[in-house]
Design a protein around this ligand. Sequence first.
Ligand SMILES: [Zn+2]
Length: 202
Amino acid sequence: MSSSKRLDDLIAALQIMPGIGPVSAARIAYALLDYKRPEGLKLSEILKSALNEIALCPECRNYTDQEGQRCAICEDFHRRDRGVLCVVETPQDVDAIENSGIFFGTYYVLHGHLSPLDGVGPSELGLDILASRLSQGKVHELILALSQSVEGDATAQYIAAIARKHGVKVTTVATGVPVGGDIRSTDGSTLALSIENRREFR
Ligand SMILES: [Zn+2]
């Protein structure tokens, strides 16, 4: 408890952030009040507009500036090879692959993996949108860049079946990504090698 209910509310609210407990939350709250009020107000505006406006890209399901608008990667018609599509579990996986500097295709973001017990089925992962994208006949290779886990493997098999139905070659970047590991926590040079040396998915 502090001397102010508003301050207590701020400290409590800050604790929704991953990795922020009561001690860190109090430190942040006092810093904002003591010497960062303008920056804190700016942060609150940015936070509000990000949370209200950022939506899923209708083409790849990565985050984009607003509802119905394609993301910056899908909008990049000059540099991007639309024949190669990389399927990942999270937007952070896209960032990791982009930072590896080796991939210039497009992406599809699942926001998870198949997990029937948790109610996550094909439609929650947007696999109908993926199937309709593949049915347009522009994609000739689909790269699976999913986590090395039981759920990741099941998801990979499911997506591979959809791709093959549309005559699309399926490859995987599994080599180099540790078992139990995920794309977003693999370092850039390992990731670059894994993508370069991708192999056919069976
Ligand atoms: Zn997009």
